[in-house]
Unconditional design. Structure first.
Length: 380
């Protein structure tokens, strides 16, 4: 299908009425690219500032990604109910989407060992079951999932599972994988609650911001204490390990830190973009967030090819991170140009058509310029 003649239009800034969500997703994508590229290259030389930056992003970007998935679930449900669909209808749609993402993730794991898509599928199935739960119940479940991770990790060896072994795969999904249900489901549950709150209202958003800052400072202090305690030559406090805010394995401190950082970044993104929805940089980052699934799969290919040919195997991590930044800039440009013409990204459309159906035309078929303002506000 040929693009519309109004090719110079840019994506509308009214995506889901809250452009900050898409911008936050774009920032999460950037963090995951930097962390994954640093891990994939496995370069020994890293300036202290670079090592510190990667350590600060490690795990938190993925936690933000999963939290935003929960926000997306709430927005989808709200939109579906507004269109007259029943909650049961939306639950079935979520399960279909979950199955597609799980299957896509299993295939993706052959090429990218740190795949998170199959866990997205698991999280969405659990979200479909919990759609009717009240926000207080969801927050209680999030706390329970985090607390249960402690005794589970005390009796389960944390290691990446053997691929295609059923027992090992179940263990990877629930207990000892990179993003196990215990406690990573807590991020999705908190995201669902955040999606039910009117974060566009400063009276709601700013108190949450004010709460997140001291919470982050407190957990950082606790992490510093635990790090010193575990490095001490004398026997350390038995609770020191669980106070480390580190994602491998994910501790309660990491879960609390991840929730605080995710909420902070989402609120800041909304605060900054709310009055700048038509700014070009906001529109470009919105488009990147909307094509995050396509960019996520592409980022693994973009680093695997050069490392297979011997690049980024020695030298400083600065070079691979600069490469990651260059790739991200390319993603932003591609997403912006793509969204000028089409509503859905390449991979996003495939998932949508397989799980729920959409217009049978290339890449969503409907040029963005032909969509009405009401259509533009519907979550994809």
């Amino acid at each position: 299908m040929a693009p519309s003649s109004t090719r110079t239009q840019t994506p509308s800034a009214a995506s889901a009425r809250t452009p900050g969500f898409d911008v936050a997703r774009a920032l999460a994508l950037l963090g995951m690219i930097l962390v994954n590229y640093a891990a994939m290259a496995e370069l020994s030389e890293a300036p202290p500032a670079v090592a510190w930056l990667i350590e600060q992003i490690e795990g938190k970007a993925a936690a933000l990604f999963v939290t935003l998935a929960g926000v997306g679930v709430s927005l989808r449900v709200r939109s579906a109910l507004r269109r007259g669909h029943s909650l049961a209808f939306e639950q079935r749609a979520l399960v279909r989407r979950a199955v597609i993402l799980f299957a896509l993730g299993l295939v993706h794991r052959h090429f990218w060992p740190w795949d998170i898509l199959h866990m997205y599928g698991v999280f969405l199935v659990l979200a479909a079951v919990l759609l009717r739960a009240r926000s207080g119940v969801l927050l209680g479940l999030a706390a329970g999932v985090t607390a249960l991770a402690v005794p589970i990790q005390m009796h389960v060896d944390y290691a990446q599972s053997e691929f295609w072994s059923l027992s090992a795969e179940l263990g990877e999904i629930f207990f000892d994988g990179l993003f196990p249900v215990f406690p990573w489901l807590s991020f999705l549950l908190v995201g669902i609650v955040l999606g039910r709150v009117d974060l566009n209202d400063p009276k709601v958003r700013r108190p949450m911001l004010a709460l997140c800052v001291p919470l982050i400072v407190g957990v950082e202090w606790l992490d510093a204490w635990a790090d010193a305690a575990t490095d001490a030559p004398l026997p350390h406090h038995p609770l020191a390990h669980w106070a480390l805010a580190w994602p491998r394995p994910p501790t309660p401190a990491f879960a609390l830190m991840g929730v605080a950082y995710a909420t902070l970044i989402i609120c800041v993104a909304i605060e900054v973009t709310q009055q700048r929805a038509q700014a070009r940089w906001v529109v470009a980052l919105m488009a990147t967030g909307q094509l995050a699934l396509t960019a996520y799969i592409a980022h693994g290919i973009a680093i695997t090819i050069p490392t297979d040919y011997g690049y980024f195997v020695e030298g400083s991590q600065v070079w691979v991170l600069l490469y990651g930044l260059l790739f991200y800039v390319g993603c932003v440009w591609f997403a912006w140009r793509w969204r000028v013409r089409w509503r859905y990204g390449p991979v996003e459309l495939i998932v949508r058509q397989l799980s729920a159906g959409s217009p049978a035309a290339p890449w969503g078929g409907v040029p963005l310029a032909e969509l009405s303002e009401l259509e533009m506000t519907k979550p994809s």
